[in-house]
Design a protein around this ligand. Structure first.
Ligand code: RIB
Ligand code: CA
Length: 309
């Protein structure tokens, strides 16, 4: 039986690759909904981008719901300096040929979870955690319906938005604190592992030679000039690690840790303190992934992407 999942996302180039990998994995994953959140770009654009990617992947049966307008408390900060003005620089995609569903993403998350058996729904947030936090606060009765939360966010070392914080955690630290405190099983993909997920030049060229529209779009995104000052070469595939873990967990390794999120508005805002060595003697609240077999991850991903239009 395919695992029922909801992908909450702020597309973003890496979100796009994650969505396409999910579209190409219908035997293992039943994508119940795509819910959009502001992050890389504002929510109007992340919603348009989710629709553009859905059109590209031929996944018209997957509903898209627009989510929160802004973070819970802090002002919205976006990342056009990284992903370009429309959030999908390099993809060369046309405007969306489809529209989002009526109704709010948070209501959709709640409705899907309420209708599901206990412990059956996997939530895959790829952006700031605003929608999940709102759903958990509005409808705490859905928590037992959540099998696991597999998320991209946080960092055991340097952040990428600030020295302290990874972008998704920085944008809505209060939402992150709600989610990490909700008691659901969490598997966390922070920068410590996602920065290892960089495709080789040869693999990127093979993606461009797949002969399908998906390969052309991904090649365009992965070969565009990367903005300076991010401290990394290449285009790390942060968000695809989440979907790849659902498909190929054997490619990853980590340990259960206590994780705390800094919600103050100083320089540590959004910091995820990951107690890797258990010094704080606190009950672990997340499985923190630390390593990935990156070459094999992309080999398997390329084979899946080849099955798309
Ligand atoms: O820090 C990287 C994360 O922030 C990724 O999910 C990227 O898409 C942005 O949302
Ligand atoms: Ca993202």
């Amino acid at each position: 039986m395919p695992e029922p999942i909801i992908i909450d996302t702020d597309p973003g180039q890496d979100d796009a690759v994650a969505l396409l990998l999910a579209f190409a994995s219908r035997d293992e994953l039943e994508l119940r909904a795509i819910t959009t959140v502001p992050g890389n770009v504002p929510v109007a654009q992340t919603t348009a981008n989710a629709l553009r990617i859905r059109d590209l992947g031929g996944a018209a049966s997957v509903p898209v719901y627009r989510g929160a307008e802004v973070p819970l408390i802090v002002a919205l900060e976006t990342a056009e300096f990284v992903c370009g003005p429309d959030g999908l620089a390099g993809a060369g995609l046309p405007p969306p040929a489809s529209v989002a569903e009526a109704g709010h993403a948070v209501e959709a998350i709640i409705a899907i979870c309420r209708a599901a058996p206990e412990g059956s729904i996997t939530l895959c947030p790829l952006g700031p955690l605003t929608n999940l936090a709102l759903a958990f606060r509005l409808a705490p009765d859905i928590l037992p319906k959540v099998k696991r939360i597999v998320l991209m966010g946080g960092a055991i070392g340097l952040g990428n938005m600030t020295p302290a914080a990874e972008f998704n955690m920085h944008v809505d630290p209060h939402a992150a604190a709600v989610v990490f405190g909700a008691g659901c099983p969490i598997t966390m993909f922070g920068l410590g592992v996602t920065l290892q997920a960089i495709a080789s030049h040869e693999q990127i060229e093979r993606i461009g030679l797949l002969g399908n529209a998906v390969g052309k779009a991904i090649h365009g995104m992965l070969t565009r000039p990367r903005p300076g000052g991010l401290g990394t070469a290449g285009h790390p595939m942060h968000d695809p690690c989440v979907i790849a873990f659902l498909l190929w967990p054997e490619l990853f390794a980590g340990r259960d840790c206590f994780v705390a999120v800094e919600t103050g508005d100083g320089p540590l805002r959004g910091r995820t303190t990951i107690d890797w060595n258990g010094r704080l003697k606190r009950e672990p609240n997340a499985h923190v992934v630390a390593t990935v077999e990156a070459h094999e991850l992309f080999e398997r991903m390329i084979a899946r992407l080849a099955t798309l239009p």
